[in-house]
Design a protein around this ligand. Structure first.
Ligand code: NAI
Length: 309
């Protein structure tokens, strides 16, 4: 499949969290030589184990053949050396959502990239123009995957209008080679999906903290009433409350629109390290199966209601 794209044969992914591991999995499955870099301390093999676990789930669900999964793992290199990824045709960063941290990474990578290489960010909300300023602006784009990456078919391809002519078509061909659909979008805070999705997530958290209904009922209402596969509170936990908070702050800063103002409950959970499913505690508590509401949040909401009465 990789041969269908003219220039992109190898993919470097930097950041081995939820998104980086998911992107590495789909790239390796699609036939690309894939280098996944664990950008923070710790054994990079944990990232390989994470991809391996996800592939096993896909095999159990009949979505991937065992032989295809084995071949994908054979194409995947996991390392802590960023320069191994810098040698690839397409380098996708999926590290923490912070402008300065991402720019510092790009500045490190830039001198080591081949002239034809494309640098992409999986940012949820940062503007590509801000990430790219002074750094390979003509060969930088946004490649915004969605979580969980193996299941979600959209990739927003964010472009500034200043890129070389081949960059967006090459990115679209790459996305098609993954079996996903590219939607090109002009660079802007939040692109299309998060500009529209974030207000719904924040409003769901507002409704919850105001005691309108328990979390599970808010989620059921949106699943059954709007046909959403996952309710907004469960989705916020799945995305990561830190990521939702970062998106809301950026959108609010750039638009000053009150629909993006982060609720106090979201801020407080993030400050406590309750980041959603990835930290096993967020709006829901994932220590129990099925997850139940986070008891501390329920108590907080009851206390606020008692004080207001
Ligand atoms: P995550 O928290 O699972 O992973 C982030 C990774 O960044 C971790 O591997 C961590 O070790 C690394 N990291 C943390 N601090 C760092 C630093 N100072 N320098 C270098 N690396 C550092 O987060 P996730 O969800 O994978 O998000 C990664 C990027 O993808 C963010 O830009 C986020 O906005 C974006 N994104 C997230 C989506 C989601 O649903 N969670 C969806 C689409 C985009």
């Amino acid at each position: 499949m990789a041969a269908e794209t003219s220039k992109i044969g190898s993919i470097g992914i930097i950041g081995a969290g939820l998104m980086g591991c998911g992107i590495a999995e789909v790239c390796a499955l699609a036939g690309f030589r894939t280098v996944l870099v664990k950008a923070t301390e710790g054994d990079p093999m944990t990232a390989r184990a994470r991809v391996d676990r996800s592939l096993k789930v896909a095999i159990d669900r009949g979505k991937v053949d065992a032989s295809a999964a084995e071949a994908a793992l054979g194409r995947l290199t996991v390392t802590s050396d960023k320069l191994e990824a810098a040698r690839c045709d397409l380098v996708i960063e999926a590290i923490v959502e912070d402008l300065a941290t991402k720019r510092a990474l790009f500045a490190d990578l830039a001198p080591h990239l081949a002239p034809h290489a494309i640098l992409a960010s999986n940012t949820s909300t940062l503007k590509i123009a801000d990430l790219a300023a002074g750094l390979r602006e003509r060969r930088m784009i946004g490649l915004h995957f969605f979580s969980p990456v193996p299941a979600m078919s959209l990739v927003e391809v964010a472009h500034t209008g200043a890129t070389d002519d081949d960059v967006v078509p090459a990115a679209e061909a790459f996305v098609a080679a993954l079996g996903k659909t590219a939607v090109p979008v002009l660079d802007s805070t939040g692109f299309i999906v998060n500009r529209l999705l974030v207000p719904m997530l924040l409003n769901a958290i507002h409704a919850y903290e105001q005691g309108l209904a328990p979390a599970a009922q808010i989620d059921s209402a949106m699943r059954l009433g709007c046909g959403h596969p996952v309710g907004p509170l469960a989705l916020a936990d799945l995305i990561g409350l830190d990521v939702v908070y970062a998106m809301a702050k950026l959108l609010y800063r750039d638009t000053r629109d009150a629909c993006y103002r982060p609720p106090a409950l979201l801020r407080s959970l993030v400050q406590q390290g309750a980041l959603g499913k990835k930290s096993r505690l967020g709006l829901y508590d994932y220590a129990s199966k099925p997850p139940r509401e986070n008891a501390a949040v329920v108590e907080l909401i009851r206390g606020t209601a008692r004080r207001a009465a």
